[in-house]
Design a protein around this ligand. Structure first.
Ligand SMILES: Cc1cc2nc3c(=O)[nH]c(=O)nc-3n(C[C@H](O)[C@H](O)[C@H](O)COP(=O)(O)OP(=O)(O)OC[C@H]3O[C@@H](n4cnc5c(N)ncnc54)[C@H](O)[C@@H]3O)c2cc1C
Length: 414
């Protein structure tokens, strides 16, 4: 590999590696690697120089570009990939790259890219997730250490992650967006209690609630500057929405939404297979529904390409990932409904094996999560209208006053 390797030269090299080292995904039985297997596969990908394709070499990446990342996504499509590491590598590692100190970046990014260390996000709280800047988890400085107290919620993968990127309040006298800081919190330790949350689709718990009781952190676990945590959180959400929608660094890591990598059972071809199994493929009404899903998929693919190119060339700046993620969430919900209709009997029964169980019923239940995770559809609509279309901001009475006063004004629980 040379620094000037073109995307097409990279494609040849990537294809040879993928064919020799990755397993073809079975569309009849979408396989999701458990974390231990995913880590082994990620180590193979890293050791061959294909992890963190657009991450600088000094942090263990391949030092190439997002265009090469897109080529990787195209080549890996239809293969089993280490999808459980998608959040850690495609979102958290990249946020650390944007904001971490040299110490943090050098220590953690190579380990994240190799899958040796797994990171997840600790943003939402029991009191609410959409208004993330209203975080109540507290970090207090005590000499050379920070002490964290509070609770987080809906945290994907906390039980098996090594570190959480945790948004905590460090200044209660500053307005709510200006008194937050971001920390790297080691999760598997006695002062952190992690409890599972049972989700609607059943299966093993994949998100959790955590309680922090005097969790002590060395000063160098601060990510970015003190009281600048909002900009770190904003970057994290930016990368999350891009990665989920299938643009940027998360491409081809198996986010499971048609971005390349694996098979998630949500594709148009899955609808065709399901209708054939139910014996309804010849029905005009079924064909109409599948055509609707196909047209939506084509429109979304082209929009993703257009925005992806615009972001890579610098023509599109800002929160375009929110627009794509909103489109993805609306399509996924509709495809879930179509899946139920065309799937016949398969559409009205589901088991408790979770969203990967393969049936139309399980997929319909699981489809809802994308319209909530990473910010709800309503929040994406707010972002699109305010930041992309330039419409007036949503009124807020708590933006410019000390957060301590915001809390004091809240109605007390009965
Ligand atoms: C599958 C999944 C994985 C997740 N993983 C993580 C994770 O790893 N880490 C993490 O920190 N969080 C995670 N979350 C939590 C997620 O970020 C929150 O659920 C989400 O931000 C919404 O917050 P909430 O559930 O507290 O709803 P609330 O904020 O209480 O909102 C309730 C309702 O009010 C609406 N609403 C709120 N404010 C407005 C407004 N200003 N304008 C219009 N409507 C509004 C919302 O759209 C929603 O319909 C995950 C969620 C899911 C479903």
């Amino acid at each position: 590999m040379t620094d000037s390797e073109t995307p097409e030269e990279f494609r040849v090299r990537a294809r040879a590696f993928i064919q020799a080292n990755l397993e073809r995904a079975d569309p009849e039985d979408p396989k999701r690697l458990e974390q231990p297997e995913a880590k082994v596969l990620q180590a193979t990908i890293f050791d061959a120089g294909f992890a963190g394709i657009a991450v600088p070499k000094e942090y263990g990446g391949a030092g190439l570009t997002l265009e090469h990342q897109k080529v990787w996504a195209e080549e890996v499509n239809g293969y089993v990939v280490p999808a459980t590491l998608f959040v850690s590598i495609g979102m958290l590692g990249i946020t650390l790259l944007d904001h971490g100190s040299e110490t943090l970046k050098a220590r953690h990014i190579p380990r994240i890219l190799r899958g040796d260390e797994v990171w997840m996000q600790l943003l939402s709280e029991p009191s609410g997730g959409s208004d993330m800047a209203a975080a109540m988890t507290r970090a207090t400085r005590d000499g050379d250490t920070w002490v964290i107290n509070g609770a987080k919620m809906w945290s994907t993968g906390a039980a098996t992650a090594d570190y959480g990127m945790c948004l905590a309040r460090t200044d209660w006298d500053a307005p709510k967006h200006k008194g937050l800081s971001m920390f790297a919190v080691p999760l598997q330790q006695p002062d952190v209690t992690i409890e599972p949350i049972v989700s609607i689709e059943g299966g093993p718990a994949h998100f959790f609630q955590e309680y922090f009781d005097d969790v002590s952190l060395p000063a160098d676990h601060l990510i970015g500057e003190e009281n600048e945590g909002w900009s770190v959180a904003h970057s994290l959400l930016f990368h999350e929405r891009n990665a989920t929608a299938g643009v940027g660094h998360g491409l081809g890591l198996g986010g499971g939404h048609g971005d390349g990598g694996g098979a998630d059972g949500h594709g148009v071809e899955d609808l065709v297979r399901s209708a054939a199994k139910a014996g309804t493929l010849g029905d005009a009404a079924t064909r109409q529904l599948i055509a609707e899903a196909y047209v939506a998929q084509q429109a979304r693919d082209h929009t993703n390409d257009r925005v992806g190119v615009g972001m890579r060339t610098g023509q599109f700046k800002g929160d375009w990932g929110s627009l794509l993620k909103l489109g993805l969430a609306l399509d996924t919900l509709r495809r879930g409904e179509i899946g139920l209709i065309v799937g016949g009997v398969d559409g009205v029964i589901w088991n408790d094996d979770g969203p990967d169980a393969g049936g139309a019923g399980n997929r319909w239940l699981g489809a809802r999560s994308i319209s909530i995770a990473g910010g709800t559809n309503e929040m994406q609509r707010n972002i699109v209208s305010e930041r992309l279309l330039g419409m007036p901001r949503e009124p807020a009475t708590d933006r410019d006053i000390p957060f301590r006063e915001v809390v004091a004004r809240r109605p007390k629980p009965e």
